[in-house]
Design a binder for this molecule. Sequence first.
Ligand code: ATP
Ligand code: MG
Length: 240
Amino acid sequence: MTRRIVVLNPKGGSGKTTIATNLAAQYAAAGYRIVLTDYDPQGSSTRWLKTRPAELPPIHGIQAYDKNAGVTRSFLLRLPEGTERVVMDTPAGLRPQEMQELVREADAILVPVMPSDIDIHACSKCIADLLLVAKVRRREQRIGVIANRTRRNTRALETLLRFLATLEIPLVATLRDSQNYVRSAAHGNGIHEMKTYLVREDLEGWRPLLGWLDARFGDIATGDAVKLKSPKGPELEAAG
Ligand SMILES: Nc1ncnc2c1ncn2[C@@H]1O[C@H](COP(=O)(O)OP(=O)(O)OP(=O)(O)O)[C@@H](O)[C@H]1O
Ligand SMILES: [Mg+2]
């Protein structure tokens, strides 16, 4: 079954591409047939995919921003047969109406936010637009916030947690501020594809997110699936 995950926050530099590319790489490692759709004309996740070493698990890229592709929109966006996960990377400055279109078919909406007063303010606008303009219903529980580039025990992180509690939107991951993400952007890999001793702490941050998505989609644990599922093998698909 195809599940779509959109990563969005109109605030520039909040971590959309970092999260979209790393999530796609983790699903690829778990043996899923995965598509990374790039809606950003800056093409950052497309660039990441182009630098991805051929020996790593494959990710199919779609350049959804390409208005001059010379093909119809539906042809441009068509998924390879058997696609199981679609991760959508979206641009900064997305307008509420564009948001509405992108979230319409999404099974999960991930909103990365950096814990700073400015970013929390921008995030509250983003979530208000999702609820009021894009008409995402809170009880669908499709929205998950990711605290990105966090440092331990900062006041801003506490403020973010309080803010989310008042909105009743779950915090589904807390990702550290780490140079490993900068390396991953440059090398076309995910942090889990780096040496374990370098990324152990960073990977901890991903566990709740993968668990939240698995629970939403009724999957076996993706972390376990890395070991269980042979690449491209659909045979364990029914296990969840
Ligand atoms: N957790 C992190 N730790 C350290 N650096 C990070 C982290 N997350 C993102 N970055 C870095 O911050 C910068 C912005 O991140 P990214 O490109 O993912 O944001 P974005 O939301 O996609 O930006 P844009 O809105 O421009 O598309 C990048 O250089 C990225 O490597
Ligand atoms: Mg980006």
